[in-house]
Structures are given as C-alpha cells and as structure tokens.
Design a protein around this ligand. Sequence first.
Ligand code: BTN
Length: 245
Amino acid sequence: MFPPVTFRLEIVAECASTNEELLERRGPEFHGAVLLALRQSAGRGRRGRSWWSSDGNLTLSAGFRLAASAAVAPLLPFTAGLALHETLGSYLPSGADLRLKWPNDVYLGGRKLGGMLSQARQQGDGLDLVLGIGVNLKTAPPPESARVPAVSLAEFAPAPTPERITRELLRVWERLLVGLRDFPSLKERWEAAALLPGSEFRVVGEEGTYRALGILPTGELEARDEAGGQRVFASEEVSLALSET
Ligand code: BTN
C-alpha cells in the first residue's frame, strides 16, 4: 500500500538538477521531501536529454520511499499530471487547450508546456523514487533548445511565481495521492484530461497510426494498430506523436 504523504517544501536559489540533488539524499526524511529550485543550471530531461529552464519557470522534485516491489511507482506520474492539469488550468482562460500527453507531458495549445522525469534508486529493502516536474511558467525554451514546439503559460495568462504555484500544486497533489488507492477512477480522470480514448497517435520511428484505448492498471497504454491488433506500450519504451489526422 502507498505510504501517506505530507509534503515538506524546501526552496533553494539555485541547483544543478533538483532530481539529482534529491536522489543523493537518504533517510526517513526522504518520503515527502520537495525541492524547488528558483534556478536550475543543469536540468535533466527524459531519455538522457537536458531540460532547458530560466528564472520564473517551475523546476521541482519530490521524493517517495516505496516498497521494492512497488507496483505503484509507474502510477505516481498520473497523480502528478492530474495535479498539474488542475493547478495550471486554474490560471488559464476557460477553453484553453490544456491537456496531458501520455506518459509524462503537459501540452497547451498543441505545444509542450511541461514534462516530468521519474528516477529511482534501490535503497536498502525499498525504492527511493524522485519525480521531477518542469513547467515553462514564464518563458518557453528557444526553438534551438526545444525538441518539440514549446509554449509558456505566460503566453496565455499572467504567470504565477514558482513558489506560489508549487504551494498550490502540492495541496492538490497530496489529495490526489490519497486517490491512488482507487486507480481506476484516477486513471479515468487522467484519460479525460488527456482526451485519450479514441485519439490517434504515431510512434516515433515507426510507420502507421495507432488508436488509443486507455491506460491499463499497470500504467501502460493500450492501443490498437490499423489492422486491429492490440499493442501495449510501457512508459519509457516509446515517444508518441499525436497524429495530424
Ligand atoms: C521531459 O523531458 O519532458 C522531462 C523534464 C523534467 C524536468 C524537471 S525540472 C525539475 C527536475 N529536475 C531535473 O533535472 N529534471 C526535472
């Protein structure tokens, strides 16, 4: 079962990577520790990429201590995604196209607003998992630093400070973590925020399109190919591209 979380926020002026910094920590304080850096100089992205950020953007990481066999590990990003969707959405005009993209991204108006990076380390008889969140609140990366078209919240609404949005995010996230006990209803909300069931996507590096069916209890994505065959994607296995059609 997932240990209840009460987040403890620590704010630092600068660090290389909040994920790396938190992964270095040990001990009982790890579960629920949150590190917010007002400036991050060597942020890490998924698949070994770097994460561009600048002052006024959100760069934070949260630590979770889990049982070694924790099936809950791949489910945590769904709670963080929903918390981001709710919190960021409260700043945006109604009708703004804010949506989650499986497995770990947040898009606004078809461009990438933020992403998450989950890293884990075996620790004694358990697993220390760090979930890092980066959001372009004030400034989007310049095109040469962005793999996909990027956007900032400030292009749509006055952007809150990282401190303010973090406090709001953590309140929402704590509540959603309690909801992990009922993953089927949590995942239904996530699917709605991602407009997922029925949507078409391509897999980068592969021909053809897939139609999403939904998220499985394991956190994997279930889809059908054009011939009607079933395919299951694990979160770090593929990069999905929303289909143009
Ligand atoms: C992605 O590639 O989309 C994931 C980006 C995750 C970036 C965040 S910023 C805070 C935390 N610290 C890091 O070094 N990376 C994550």
